[in-house]
Design a protein. Structure first.
Length: 291
């Protein structure tokens, strides 16, 4: 049921906090979903500086804001300011969604769930697949967590060995699952990609404005490989363009963005998210940024 957009006395407020925040496409995506289901909700961006996070969270309680998405630089710093956290947050140490239940703020992380749902939507369950993850920052860690939980065979390839080894140690402790780690060299990439079913780029390399860079030489990509670049700006990175040319299947980071947003929507509203509507709104907003 579609409704025209109106703010009433009973309208519930949700939004996103981060700094910077002006390029977020989440308001377009979430407001389109609220309107599609005729829900009396609105979603707004809030630029919150690091030093103002504490006050902003007090404000969430004081203003009875229903929920928020949380993005850079607050994903870790927000945790001690919340009342509760789900088990994923406890293991990952990062929050991207909060829900306010009568003043009790509970933290969730829907980022990696978004990644997993995007894979499943492409009919690619990761169990026992050989997955190569490039990068070992916050996103790589969250993705490794869900993939290890799904019994994938994971190799992390990173510029610096230390953070990759830390993720591997953590996953071994949590899931009794060994993760291989190697340094980012052409020779190592060649070796690990020979056996790989899925390649995930979880680094910043290839993001706007560096749209012609990729960490993986095109000739190492092959048909039969699924390449998931979690970058969504641009929608099709150099890595994805090269992969398509080599006959590989590709998934853009916008799919992860859509599904993490859908999971947050469901936490706030208790309703099933209209994923197609959210996809259309996200793509329109991203395309208008690219113009
Ligand atoms: P992060 O914590 O800063 O980690 C960045 C990673 O990229 C690190 O592992 C870093 O390697 C690596 N890296 C950066 N520059 C590199 C270079 N020149 N060569 C090789 N490796 C390089 O960032 P993050 O939060 O994980 O985010 C990573 C990307 O994912 C961003 O582009 C972000 O927009 C995207 N993302 C997308 C979604 C989505 O919904 N689609 C969600 C979250 C994040 P070192 O460890 O060696 O420094």
């Amino acid at each position: 049921m579609k409704s025209s957009f109106m703010i009433h006395g009973k309208t519930r407020i949700s939004g996103i906090i981060g700094d910077p925040i002006e390029h977020t496409v989440s308001p377009a995506m979430q407001n389109a979903a609220f309107q599609e289901l005729g829900l009396d909700y609105v979603y707004v961006p809030f630029r919150v500086r690091k030093e103002d996070l504490n006050q902003a969270i007090q404000g969430v309680r004081a203003l009875n804001i229903r929920g928020l998405n949380v993005t850079i630089p607050h994903k870790v710093a927000i945790i001690p300011l919340l009342d509760e956290q789900d088990s994923v947050v406890a293991n990952l140490g990062a929050v991207n969604t909060i829900v306010n239940e009568n003043g009790i703020l509970r933290g969730y992380n829907t980022d990696a769930l978004g990644f997993l749902k995007a894979l499943l939507a492409e009919q690619v369950p990761p169990a026992r697949k050989n997955v190569v993850i490039l990068g070992s920052g916050g996103a790589a860690r969250a993705i490794a967590f869900f993939l290890a939980d799904q019994s994938a065979n994971i190799t992390i390839v990173n510029r610096h060995a230390e953070p990759a080894q830390q993720i591997a140690n953590r996953m071994l402790g949590l899931f009794r699952r060994a993760i291989k780690v190697c340094e980012l060299t052409r020779e190592n990439l060649r070796k690990v990609l020979r056996e790989a079913d899925i390649l995930v780029n979880a680094t910043n390399v290839g993001m706007t404005p560096d749209v012609d860079t990729s960490l993986v030489p095109a000739e190492l990509l092959k048909s039969g490989l699924l390449v998931f670049d979690i970058i969504y700006n641009p929608l099709k990175t150099r890595l994805l363009r090269d992969a398509e040319q080599q006959g590989a299947r590709v998934i853009s980071g916008v799919e992860m963005l859509i599904y993490q947003g859908a999971a947050a929507f469901e936490l706030w509203t208790g309703r099933k998210a209209p994923v197609e509507v959210m996809r259309k709104a996200a793509l329109e907003a991203l395309n208008s940024h690219e113009e």
